[in-house]
Design a protein around this ligand. Structure first.
Ligand code: ACM
Length: 269
């Protein structure tokens, strides 16, 4: 059993104001936190008007030459001892991904690329090509998924089957259902989920988007340990107990060994 101090950071980025958006997000992280999760595309804002515009902000996350956001987050993690997970646009060769980066206090980092793109993201980004990997950080096993990945239960299930104990979920949620659905995702996988959402409205294309806030930290039994409201910025924080890996939902129900793989479909064929 291990206790972690976790925070879900809720921001209201100004489109394109990268340095100010980073300052605001880092300024909201509580002192002494082990793990802080910052929203999807937190440094830029969400509503790009073209792939070219997004490319102008995108950063290299996997090479030896990280961009300004990654460098700032790395310095912050080193100075504070907080592991940071944050969403931002990633360029890799000629591809542009909607990604999340995990940065540890020792400066090492890992990346997840959003697998399930939402609506007009399909005109901007390439779907993620790394699957749903898990990583060791702050004494636990961490998986990442981004925003709309929530509607596909396979995303959280893949992370849990790979051993994730904490799912970090940077988001820019528009639809109102995810926060409730994540309760079920946590229960059906017995994992902690940290959904870090943004607030505010963006209207850069004539199609206004209002983000739904309500960032939250949910326990493996589906309790909301901390939550924010729909329009204020802030940090939802909680001390989370990471359970043993036994997946016993009741004394006689193990979520892994009770599955009936011979009874399930994997496709519509
Ligand atoms: C979303 O996936 N940003 C709605």
């Amino acid at each position: 059993m291990k206790k972690l101090q976790i925070a879900a950071i809720q921001t209201h980025p100004e489109f394109g104001a990268v340095q100010a958006n980073i300052d605001t997000a880092l300024g909201l992280i509580p002192v002494g936190c082990d793990l802080a999760v910052i929203p999807e595309l937190f440094n830029t804002g969400y509503q790009f008007t073209s792939k070219e515009e997004a490319l102008g902000f995108a950063e290299n996350l996997t090479g030896d030459d990280p961009g300004p956001t990654c460098t700032r987050l790395t310095r912050f993690a080193g100075d504070t001892g907080t592991t940071v997970v944050a969403g931002l646009a990633e360029v890799c060769g000629d591809k542009l991904f909607n990604s999340a980066v995990l940065i540890r206090p020792d400066g090492s980092r890992d990346v997840y690329r959003k697998v399930h793109l939402f609506l007009d993201e399909k005109s901007i980004f390439t779907p993620g090509d790394l699957g749903f990997p898990v990583f060791q950080a702050c004494g636990t096993t961490i998986g990442m998924m981004i925003c709309f990945d929530w509607i596909f239960p396979e995303a959280a299930r893949s992370l849990a089957l790979a051993g994730a104990e904490v799912i970090c979920h940077p988001s820019n949620l528009l639809l109102p259902w995810c926060q409730d659905a994540m309760i079920t995702r946590c229960q059906e996988n017995m994992v902690v989920a940290v959904t870090s959402n943004r607030v505010g409205t963006e209207n850069r294309t004539g199609k206004p988007l209002t983000f739904s806030g309500r960032s939250q930290i949910v326990s493996p039994m589906g309790e909301r340990l901390s939550t924010l409201d729909k329009d204020a910025t802030g940090a939802a924080s909680a001390t989370v107990t990471i359970l043993e890996k036994d997946k016993l939902f009741t004394p006689r129900n193990n979520l892994w060994s009770d599955r009936r793989l011979d009874m399930y479909r994997n496709s519509t064929d």
